[in-house]
Design a binder for this molecule. Structure first.
Ligand code: DCP
Ligand code: MG
Ligand code: MG
Length: 566
């Protein structure tokens, strides 16, 4: 048997897992408050993907066939939930709200987030009376005896979780559930113990009991149907089976790391970290339809999609450089449908930035140009001189570039990058008075699906960060100063006085501004960043095109690319 006692368990983190109650149904109820009082189901095709809690009282369940749901609840009001636009938008607003509490917010699907509130807890415990009660429910209702300090931390975590949930309700009108524990696994499981609109704390000495309360190994988060089938073949069904299994047999069935991971989970042990979710690699919309076979209708549909997509992209703040068209064609001979896509590059100068709102937008001319690009792509996919039968149209933007001003500026991009990689380690070494204050402007509004920023940024930023850390300047006691002043980017803007890090890295020598960069922004940058931009430009100069197309010329992933004039 794998010896799970071989290393001391770490309870130092405080993780909150948040899940939105009947998510799609709540979004629909916000849009039409009449629905709060009546049983509501959200349908996709012929099933209900969710229902509100009024409907659940009648026995309506997730993934029920509509026909079955209507049998148990004939008064069920059914709303279509195939267009995910509003759900996705709300989902990102929730993640964005949570980022006020920590830079470590990880999205899981559309309605769940992990928030690592360890720092905030530590900070609060320094300043507040630790004799507080658990807010919400306590798994197993028994007081904790661990002496490592986790009792106070998790109690404080429950206070913070309650604040977060009250904030989400107040700001976004959504009720949520939360689980609070010292690892992600237990926090997620705790979250589902009391629903809706409740929260639950799990202390370490009840971790094993919580795991044993699961009826089957497939209820362990991360165990999908493939793993479940493998386990079934070696007669592992319950959590107890997993705990008592012959470890060598498990290793033969799964690989060694996965076997160890799984046994650890069966004891409630999970060292995985809360990873800051990156932003999406593509932003797209699709619309299915019964039949589209006239070009003017196709154009109109694409126009509608484009208009909605522009709103999503402007909320994201980055500038897309590729557009992709998706179609689903129905073949009347074979009677099957299939998807096809075609994409092309678009010039970033199609987009402009509103001087006041800092949102990116398209003017009428660019809108027309983009629509004609879309129609050209469509015509490459479909021979419009013959009859055709389209059942879905989709548009998406990909390959985003950061803007160099505004909330998704180069500074913000650098800050984000720091936030992802290194700020936390610096913060941990230093006292933080108000960790949440600056994050709204620093973090993207959009915390989705696992995009990792390109590597070249990391190495350079890594050096910036290590310099910060080496200098150990007391001004870094505030992460807001670190992120905003540090990279916005010069001592003149900062309140560091004459002794800060920025002065230390600033050189008195003036570095020439590359001709294709904005002089005002350039002079605000630290000297080593200026130097790098200048070197980048020099490297690219040999390929310079007399028609001045900077985005095309610079190599991808260079700092210069993030700094060129829009
Ligand atoms: N969803 C879906 N298909 C499924 C399950 C869910 O499209 N098979 C959608 C609808 C849900 C949303 O995802 O609203 C979130 O899923 P949850 O499992 O968290 O369910 P709810 O939030 O709806 O309900 P709960 O209150 O149980 O969390
Ligand atoms: Mg939910
Ligand atoms: Mg969920």
């Amino acid at each position: 048997m794998y010896d799970i006692e071989h290393e001391a368990e770490d309870h130092s983190r405080t993780i909150v897992h948040i899940d939105i109650d009947c998510f799609y149904a709540q979004v629909e109820m916000i849009k039409d408050p009449r629905l709060y009082q009546i049983p509501l189901g959200i349908k996709q095709k012929n099933i209900l993907v969710t229902s509100n809690y009024v409907a659940r009282k009648y026995g309506v369940k997730k993934c029920m066939l509509i026909a079955d749901a209507l049998k148990v609840c004939p008064n069920l009001e059914i709303v279509k939930g195939e267009d995910l636009y509003d759900y996705r938008k709300m989902s990102y607003q929730v993640t964005s709200y949570l980022q006020k509490y920590s830079v470590l917010v990880e999205r899981l699907g559309l309605d769940e987030n992990y928030v690592d509130v360890t720092q905030l807890v530590d900070e609060r415990l320094k300043h507040q009376n630790p004799n507080i009660d658990v807010r919400g429910n306590l798994f197993n209702n028994i007081a904790e005896t661990c002496v490592c300090g986790c009792v106070e931390r998790l109690k404080m975590g429950s206070v913070i979780a309650q604040e977060i949930r009250e904030g989400v309700l107040h700001e976004l009108k959504l009720t949520t559930c939360a689980g609070i524990s010292y690892n992600k696994l237990l926090a997620k499981l705790a979250c589902s113990l009391h629903k809706p609109n409740e929260q639950t704390v799990v202390f370490p000495n009840h971790a094993v009991a919580l795991m044993l309360s699961l009826s089957n190994v497939s209820e362990i988060p991360g165990v999908g149907s493939a793993t479940d089938e493998i386990l079934e073949k070696i007669n592992i069904r319950t959590i107890e089976d997993l705990q008592k299994c012959h470890f060598e047999t498990l290793i033969q069935a799964l690989n060694g790391d996965r076997a160890k991971w799984l046994v650890d989970l069966s004891y409630g042990r999970d060292n995985s970290v809360v990873k800051t979710s990156g932003r999406p690699q593509s932003i797209g919309l699709e619309d299915s339809c019964k039949v589209l076979n006239v070009e003017t209708e196709v154009r109109e549909k694409f126009h509608q999609l484009l208009m909605r997509l522009i709103i999503l992209v402007s909320e994201d703040g980055r500038i897309p450089t590729t557009i992709k068209v998706t179609i689903r064609k129905f073949d009347s001979v074979s009677k099957v449908s299939h998807r096809e896509t075609k994409q092309c590059n678009i010039g970033p100068n199609l987009f402009s930035t509103d001087k006041i709102t800092r949102m990116i937008s398209l003017n009428e001319q660019s809108e027309k140009k983009l629509l004609s690009i879309v129609m050209n792509l469509f015509k490459k996919l479909v021979n419009t001189s013959r009859s055709y039968h389209i059942t879905l149209l989709g548009l998406s933007f990909t390959k985003f570039k950061e803007r160099f001003d505004g909330k998704n500026s180069i500074a913000s991009y650098l800050m984000n990058d720091l936030a992802v990689q290194s700020v936390t380690s610096i913060e941990r070494k230093n006292s933080i008075s108000q960790p949440q204050t600056s994050l709204q402007t620093v973090c993207s509004t959009d915390g989705s699906e696992n995009e990792i920023e390109p590597l070249p940024k990391k190495s350079r930023l890594g050096s910036l960060v290590s310099r910060c850390a080496r200098l150990g300047d007391s001004d870094y006691s505030s992460p807001s100063k670190l992120r905003v002043a540090d990279l916005r980017l010069n001592s003149r803007d900062s309140d560091h006085g004459d002794t800060g890090y920025l002065d230390t890295v600033a050189s008195s020598r003036e570095i020439e501004c590359p001709p294709n960069a904005d002089k005002d922004v350039f002079k605000e940058l630290p000297s080593d960043v200026q130097q790098e931009l200048w070197e980048d430009w020099k490297r690219n100069r040999s390929h310079e095109d007399p028609h001045d197309k900077p985005f095309k010329k610079a190599k991808t992933n260079t700092l210069l690319n993030y700094f060129l004039k829009n």
